[in-house]
Design a protein around this ligand. Structure first.
Ligand code: F6R
Ligand code: ZN
Length: 196
């Protein structure tokens, strides 16, 4: 792919880019085992394989020096008490960071390191979130009416490790209690000691 300068427009109202190369759609069926309330997950899935989130990617060569970027849109909804969220991942090259710029909606970024440190930061319009190297990240839409739209940028060679999170989960979950988002412990999370 030739590297020449380019521009594109971000239409915030429709949460769409004027140019993108790839459109990924993640449905409920691809999130098996990720939500805590398995019965609620099964019941929802029996009714409909709902669209949880979408990613519009600008393709760049997946090499150091390039920057991969695009839009992530998490739709509103819950599985049991848990808000719709992305799968979440570590970067395969752990020492790579990522920047998220929130364009629309209300949410939280749940993060953790391989050593079990954790952090949850708010995502609100016009906020920039820096995910440092080594931190796994998952975006959660805490609105039940509006999409959560973020623009992301990360190094071309980062890669994605989904398996680790699929196996051990995130340490913290974001759930609705009395109409408000709350951060709670994930009872199924495996600590570094339990994993070995
Ligand atoms: C890329 C990145 C985002 C996410 C997107 C969907 O490194 O963090 O572009 O890929 O928000 O989330 P996942 O990839 O966890 O399904
Ligand atoms: Zn990432």
């Amino acid at each position: 792919m030739k590297s020449v300068p380019f521009t594109f427009e971000v239409c915030i109202a429709d949460a769409i880019l004027s140019h993108y190369d790839n459109h990924i759609q993640r449905r409920l069926s691809s999130m098996k085992g990720q939500f805590l309330d398995q019965a609620a997950y099964d019941a929802l899935l029996a009714r409909e394989d709902a669209l949880l989130y979408e990613v519009y990617e600008i393709k760049r060569p997946e090499v150091a020096g390039e920057l991969l970027h695009g839009l992530s849109i998490v739709h509103p909804g819950k599985v049991g008490d848990e808000y719709y969220m992305t799968k979440g991942h570590f970067h395969t090259v752990l020492e790579t960071a990522e920047v998220y710029y929130c364009l629309k909606g209300q949410g939280m970024m749940v993060m953790e390191t391989p050593e079990g440190e954790w952090a949850v930061e708010p995502l609100r319009p016009n906020t920039v979130l820096y995910v440092p190297p080594r931190w796994a990240h998952r975006s959660v839409n805490t609105s039940l009416t509006e999409d959560l739209v973020t623009f992301f940028v990360y190094p071309g060679h980062a890669g994605h490790d989904y398996r680790t999170i699929e196996t051990q989960g995130f340490r913290k979950l974001v759930v609705e209690r009395d109409g408000q988002p709350h951060i709670v412990d994930n009872p199924r999370w495996l600590s570094p000691e339990q994993r070995s």
